[in-house]
Design a protein around this ligand. Sequence first.
Ligand code: IMP
Ligand code: MG
Length: 179
Amino acid sequence: MEKDVKKVLISESEILKKCSELGAKITKDYEGKDLLLVGLLRGSIPFIGDLMKHINLPLEVDYMDVSSYHGTTQSSGQVKIIKDLDTPVKGLNILIVEDIIDTGRTLKTVVELFKHRGANDVKIVSLLDKPEGRVVTIEGDYIGFEIPKEFVIGYGLDYNEKYRNLPYIGVLKEEVYTK
Ligand code: IMP
Ligand code: MG
């Protein structure tokens, strides 16, 4: 597994420090408001786990599975709901927790869906942002790290469902997906 990593882009300790900073900021911004965290499966699991420990509010958590990648390193341009929320979102303040924003299609679709369902407010926290990959207009409200247009793995992010368990963000060797 480690042998497929070209380089470590963001270390585990840098990620954890960022989770605590983002959590403190979110705590301040949502003070006195209700809050539903919506983790997008499966990539956001490590991030939402570390982040929510630093949000000192009586929040609720739910998960949704939306897919746009089908075993490739290129976005297919299609977004499909695989598992919907169990929570009705009408009137709620939602903070979507995502691993990475690339083309922006996934988040744009999900934000529009929640607004359509009558959410009061929809915001985004993403651990990573690849601004160069954007094809639709969408911005994260809280971003951990901006990264270059490289395919990354680890800390929830996969290639063909593998490498999610790496504790850091790494760049995958090109030879892994060109062979
Ligand atoms: P978007 O809809 O193109 O913004 O894609 C966002 C989704 O694509 C993320 O939730 C990831 O699952 C996946 N993705 C985008 N870039 C990467 C990457 O570098 N590594 C692994 N997954 C990625
Ligand atoms: Mg994802």
